[in-house]
Design a protein around this ligand. Structure first.
Ligand SMILES: Nc1ncnc2c1ncn2[C@@H]1O[C@H](COP(=O)(O)OP(=O)(O)OP(=O)(O)O)[C@@H](O)[C@H]1O
Ligand SMILES: [Mg+2]
Length: 251
């Protein structure tokens, strides 16, 4: 498997807190990588380093063979990176369909509002609807985010990220806040996207689902890499089990 993303010796400090310490990690093309670790392990911070939202004190991010460490966020998005955030942030004044059109158009024009007003041609709306259908919320395309439960908004967040046609899809806790049935169904969708060739980095606390769908796991604890390898081997690692007090209950 050839390398898609190569994180090299990244360190991030916030004042006195070292959120990420000398982390190196590779993700291959078409890989579905589960990224786990206790609260405060620096998972979101590392994902933000990838998208350019956080600049590391040390290290480099190489994407598709190019060092993108100095690239601004919008350039990284156009270059093929998309993030579905931990806290969903839909545009409440717009329908689900419009939210997806805005995401796709914003990446293309650099101005999401222009994208909606002047650029939202029928074909773009059709593509957006197809994405909503793919993520299982096509029937709610004309509804507003405020009218819908969290499960829909989590899927909308994934749809918006997919609208950017990313080479690498970054998902930060897409299953958080969902009940087990909803989580299982969204995890199935993520597995299906991966089976279709979409490379995905998936941060999750839902160990049952992440181990069910991810062949490979990377574990970070207290800012440091703890384990990386086949999911069953990683989960059997005593250091990983120690990092997760109460893991037995979670499984
Ligand atoms: N913008 C920031 N300013 C200051 N400290 C921060 C900032 N972002 C994160 N931190 C700190 O960095 C550490 C890692 O946080 P991060 O959010 O990356 O962890 P996480 O693994 O995503 O945790 P969780 O599983 O709870 O989402 C924590 O100690 C956090 O308080
Ligand atoms: Mg986080």
């Amino acid at each position: 498997m050839s390398t898609l993303l190569d994180i090299q010796n990244v360190t991030v400090r916030f004042g006195g807190v070292t959120a990420v310490e000398d982390v190196s990690l590779r993700i291959g093309e078409r890989e579905l990588l589960g990224f786990i670790g206790p609260n405060g392990a620096g998972k979101t911070t590392l994902m933000r380093v990838i998208t350019g939202m956080v600049r590391p004190q040390a290290g480099a991010v190489v994407f598709k063979g190019t060092d993108i460490s100095t690239w601004p966020i919008h350039k990284r998005i156009r270059g093929g990176l998309a993030l579905a955030q931990q806290i969903v942030q839909p545009l409440h004044a717009f329908t689900l369909l419009e939210n997806v059109v805005l995401s796709a158009g914003g990446a293309k024009t650099g101005n999401p509002i222009t994208a909606l007003l002047s650029n939202a041609r029928d074909d773009e709306r059709a593509v957006a609807l197809e994405l909503l259908e793919r993520t299982g919320i096509g029937a709610a395309a004309d509804r507003y985010p405020g009218e819908l439960p969290l499960g829909f908004l989590k899927r909308l967040e994934v749809s918006r990220a997919l609208a950017l046609k990313p080479d690498l899809l970054l998902l930060d806790e897409p299953l958080a806040g969902l009940n087990q049935a909803e989580a299982e169904s969204l995890a199935d969708l993520i597995a299906k996207l991966a089976a279709g060739g979409q490379a995905i980095m998936l941060i999750e606390h839902n160990i049952r689902e992440v181990t069910r769908i991810c062949p490979t796991l990377y574990v970070q604890d207290n800012g440091r890499a703890l384990a990386h390898g086949p999911a069953d081997e990683v989960m059997a690692d005593p250091a990983v089990r120690r990092a997760y007090l109460g893991l037995e209950e979670a499984c």
